[in-house]
Ligand binder design. Structure first.
Ligand SMILES: Nc1ncnc2c1ncn2[C@@H]1O[C@H](COP(=O)(O)OP(=O)(O)OP(=O)(O)O)[C@@H](O)[C@H]1O
Ligand SMILES: [Mg+2]
Length: 248
């Protein structure tokens, strides 16, 4: 029942890739179920990237919006990404996604918060004022702002981090790569705590497209260890009542 939103402030630092990796690592690391929601107002890429169908998607889910969002209704509109991860894809067209998502985001946030032992990793795309995924960002349990540690990403990161803090949205930073700036300096400048750093490694993106390796040897790879560690840190930051952890 936790909502973990993942978004960027500029360029394409790897939000979708990280969202897929976190959602795939979620169940093995936490013992809880995960669903991946693509709520990027610029349009979806998951269907094309992972060879899924264009429907069902957010569009089909929105057609039943007058009903409460139950786990069955959500699953009826999900597809299995890499054969293992229930995924609600966004239409490839940004305009369609924006039209569908703007009125649906609040209901999605409400429904996702009630899903028992299923947590949602939500790719909210670019985080900005009046984003169609705004209600999901506002009501998430944790927002991961993803950035490359570069000057062109630092200024918008500082600006958006200030906005998130002002709106009391629990927000942390994930850096993709560790140069030219240090991720610690990015965190200090934005006043966010640094959840972690993922390698800037094209093989990482490619590996994710083949799904989560079942075999122990592959699970020891740095990529999976990094994702598992990030999931654990996320879970640690979630409110105990929504994370499945025992309350202290
Ligand atoms: N950790 C990484 N190392 C190297 N390349 C990466 C990494 N993560 C993503 N990429 C590559 O960067 C490109 C953008 O990735 P992705 O689509 O995940 O970014 P995004 O932030 O979601 O972009 P957009 O703003 O377009 O939604 C893709 O080609 C992807 O393969
Ligand atoms: Mg993306």
């Amino acid at each position: 029942m936790s909502i973990i939103a993942v978004g960027s402030v500029k360029a394409s630092p790897g939000v979708t890739t990280l969202s897929v990796g976190l959602a795939m690592s979620w169940a093995p690391a936490t013992g809880r179920r995960a669903v991946l929601i693509e709520a990027d107002g610029d349009g979806g890429v998951l269907a094309a990237r992972f060879g899924l169908a264009s429907a069902p998607s957010l569009l089909e889910l929105s057609a039943t919006a007058r009903h409460e969002l139950t786990i069955d209704r959500l699953h009826a509109n999900c597809q299995m990404l890499a054969g293992q991860l229930p995924t609600l894809v966004a239409p490839g067209c940004g305009e369609t996604t924006t039209v569908v998502l703007t009125p649906l985001a609040g209901q999605l946030a409400e429904g996702l918060g009630q899903l028992g032992d299923t947590d949602a990793v939500v790719d909210v795309g670019r985080v900005r004022p009046r984003s169609p995924a705004g209600e999901l960002v506002k009501r998430c349990d944790l927002l991961l702002l993803v950035a490359r540690p570069r000057f062109d990403q630092l200024v918008p990161l500082v600006h958006q981090a200030r906005r998130m803090i002002a709106h009391d949205i629990p927000t942390v930073l994930v850096c993709v790569g560790d140069r030219p700036y240090s991720p610690t300096d990015m965190a200090k400048a934005s006043q966010l705590s640094l959840l972690g750093v993922t390698a800037y490694e094209p093989r990482m993106a490619q590996a994710l497209e083949r799904g989560l390796p079942g075999n122990q040897h592959h699970r020891r790879l740095l990529l999976w260890r990094t994702l598992t560690e990030l999931v654990r840190r996320i879970q640690f930051r979630l409110p105990a009542e929504t994370s499945g952890r025992e309350a202290a």
